[in-house]
Design a protein around this ligand. Structure first.
Ligand code: AMP
Length: 191
């Protein structure tokens, strides 16, 4: 299916996992800015070192850097027939940047995973113990959630006004949430 999607949700809502499942089902690439930053950080290259100086504190990587990286990724061949952006845009200025990259009406749907703060903190602390991500300590987690409310939630209203917001309950098990995402997306696209 050739469809251009955005997935938003608080840290710990299972965005990465759901992005992969949905993209597999739809045959489109998942473009995760957080994942791209982590890959560069592992390679210890210049972008990785710069990104890690922000991600390790739970801060957003500067827009200029992130926007440029996304523009380059979207220009790759596999994104020509649709994609899912996971973790981008993350603030209103990134919304404007994406609009100018693709045109304002180019996104088909914005999927918003809804989850409550206490639950996501517990999930992230669990993940920290398992995976040891540098941005999964309790203080950093709380800061990332604050940033989500302050900077990312406002863009949900923008997309709601554009009539492309699809809200999905993110609190169930992985399979259940995945099924809800597919069925709510299909219902929206065939409306
Ligand atoms: P995520 O895997 O989406 O939770 O992202 C991990 C970290 O990468 C975030 O806490 C930010 O530091 C950084 N990051 C990911 N996406 C963006 C973005 N769109 N803008 C700025 N920083 C980002």
């Amino acid at each position: 299916m050739s469809v251009r999607l955005i997935l938003v949700g608080p840290p710990g809502a299972g965005k990465g996992t759901q992005a992969e499942l949905l993209c597999e089902a739809l045959g489109i690439p998942a473009i995760s800015t957080g994942e791209i930053f982590r890959r560069h950080a592992k390679a210890h290259d210049e972008l990785g070192q710069l990104a890690e100086s922000y991600t390790s504190r739970g801060e957003l990587v500067p827009d200029e850097v992130t926007n440029k990286m996304v523009a380059a990724r979207l220009a790759e061949q596999d994104a020509a027939d649709g994609f899912l952006l996971d973790g981008y845009p993350r603030n209103l200025s990134q919304v404007a940047a994406l609009d100018s990259m693709l045109g304002e009406s180019s996104i088909d749907a914005v999927l918003s995973l809804v989850a409550d703060d206490d639950e996501v903190v517990q999930r992230l602390l669990g993940r920290a113990a398992e995976q040891g991500r540098v941005d999964d300590t309790e203080d950093v987690i709380r800061h990332r959630i604050e940033l989500y409310h302050a900077q990312t939630e406002p863009l949900i209203s923008v997309y709601r006004e554009r009539g492309i917001l699809v809200e999905v309950d993110g609190m169930g098990g992985i399979e259940e949430v995945a099924q809800n995402l597919v069925s709510e997306l299909k219902a929206f696209l065939t409306k």
